[in-house]
Design a protein around this ligand. Structure first.
Ligand code: 9WO
Length: 249
């Protein structure tokens, strides 16, 4: 898969893409990443790419021509790519959206700044608008980095043994279970003994029970969307009884 990032601070996204899972996928060639600075496509003095909004109002707006030229340059390297504008007005990304984007041949991600981008170039050159959540950021770069991370993780072979992707509890529609590592006792707090038992079946069911219980407590909306199997129903009931047994509501 090929991903191009276009914006005023592409180096911010590039730095993020050099580490961890995305960095390894880039090194291995599972994903090709390119970064384009809008200022390199300015025809104006001082590499200007923004100007005051028509109709008045605060801030500046990114001009259409540099954005169009940068997107064209990116698309010339990434033909057939979907051009995505990261914006609070976009459809909010969820797991299904990540999977759909990961199936595309390529993505060109446009990260805006200031008050936004001239609407005419958005209409002419952008295929889809996506948001990472209902809040306003200072620019689209952080959102582009989040989207790249979520999408690249889903590319074949990226997460080492494929199970990791499937076990990503969100794939199951459940929140993750708690995790522990050394020391066994930290500030007098122990690790749950089941995790030290070496009994893999006990550990599996404990982790599933914790995922179900956490989802029930923190994100009941996720539970409402899915059918639980007999084991999951039993484990969740056990969790609820134990939780109420501790005097919780
Ligand atoms: C600024 C603003 C202020 C009040 C109400 C709505 C607003 N929208 C914007 C806005 O979109 N400003 C931009 C900065 C221009 C486009 C890039 N920027 C941005 C992207 N802010 N927040 C995002 C973003 C992207 C993806 N997911 C969530 C937020």
């Amino acid at each position: 898969m090929e991903i191009d990032v276009v914006g005023l601070f592409p180096e911010a996204v590039e730095g993020f893409c050099k580490i961890g899972v995305v960095g390894r996928a880039w090194e291995r060639g599972t994903v090709a990443l390119r970064f384009w600075n809008l200022r390199d496509f300015s025809a104006e003095k001082w590499r200007r790419v923004d100007d005051r909004p028509f109709g008045g109002g605060p801030g500046m707006v990114l001009m259409a021509e540099p954005v169009a030229m940068a997107l064209a340059a990116a698309r010339s390297r990434n033909p057939g790519a979907t051009v995505v504008y990261l914006s609070p007005a976009g459809r909010v990304v969820d797991h299904d959206a990540v999977m759909a984007l990961a199936a595309r041949s390529g993505l060109v991600l446009l990260a805006g700044r200031y008050e936004g981008v001239d609407e005419r170039v958005l209409c002419a050159c952008v295929d889809e608008e996506w948001s990472i959540g209902d809040y306003v950021l200072s620019g689209g770069e952080a959102a582009a980095a989040v989207l790249i991370d979520a999408v690249v993780r889903q590319l074949p072979g990226v997460l080492g043994h494929e199970d990791s992707a499937r076990e990503d509890s969100f794939v199951e529609g459940l929140l993750d279970c708690p995790h522990y590592t050394r020391p066994e006792s930290w500030r007098k707090e122990p690790v749950p003994e089941v995790l030290l038992s070496g009994n893999h079946e006990r550990i599996r069911t404990w982790r599933l029970k914790q995922s179900l219980g956490r989802t029930w407590l923190r994100r009941p909306d996720l539970l409402a969307e899915r059918d639980l199997n007999a084991e999951q129903i039993r484990l969740l009931e056990e969790f609820k009884q134990e939780y109420r047994g501790y005097g919780h509501e």
